[in-house]
Design a protein around this ligand. Structure first.
Ligand code: ZN
Length: 158
């Protein structure tokens, strides 16, 4: 838990690593809770005194392919620039049209890991799939049946 506004005012940076298994909501979307997430928060204050934080997060997440149902390693890299607002502050007009910046209402203390987790969840594919794979049932049946069918044919001929 840190004060993100203070981090931005001072232009400070916070870096860390967290095991994937500690991010409970993220784990629910994964096939296996393995590996770790690297993250970095870089605070920034612009000329007008607006406060920003640049969030970077990186992890290799193990998802389940929705076609073959096998594991799919998803190299996840999130980079987002957040404009910090006090809770209840109105969004400045010029930011409404700026797609490159997301506004974030911050409480005096922010749970950094929850923020990292939110960003990772948003970056996950809706339907994870390998570029090239086959559905398991169909393939399995074909491979199992065909050798026996061939054997039966051979026996029939003898
Ligand atoms: Zn697949």
């Amino acid at each position: 838990m840190i004060d993100l506004r203070a981090l931005a005012k001072d232009g400070r940076r916070v870096q860390g690593t967290v095991p994937v298994e500690r991010l409970g909501r993220l784990v629910e979307s994964l096939l296996e809770p393995v590996g770790s997430v690297e993250f970095e928060f870089q605070g920034e204050r612009d000329d007008e005194g607006k406060l920003y934080v640049e969030l970077l997060a990186r992890a290799d997440l193990v998802l389940q392919c929705q076609r073959c149902l096998e594991a799919l390693v998803w190299p996840c890299e999130v980079s987002n620039r957040l404009l910090l607002l006090r809770v209840g502050d109105a969004l400045p007009d010029d930011e409404l049209e700026n797609d490159e910046v997301d506004a974030l209402e911050v409480e005096p203390l922010t749970d950094l890991l929850a923020l990292v987790e939110d960003e990772l969840l948003l970056s996950l594919p809706l339907v994870p799939r390998h570029d090239d794979c086959e559905p398991p049932v169909k393939t399995g049946v074909d491979e199992e049946i065909s050798p026996f069918a061939v054997l039966r044919q051979l026996r029939g001929k003898v």
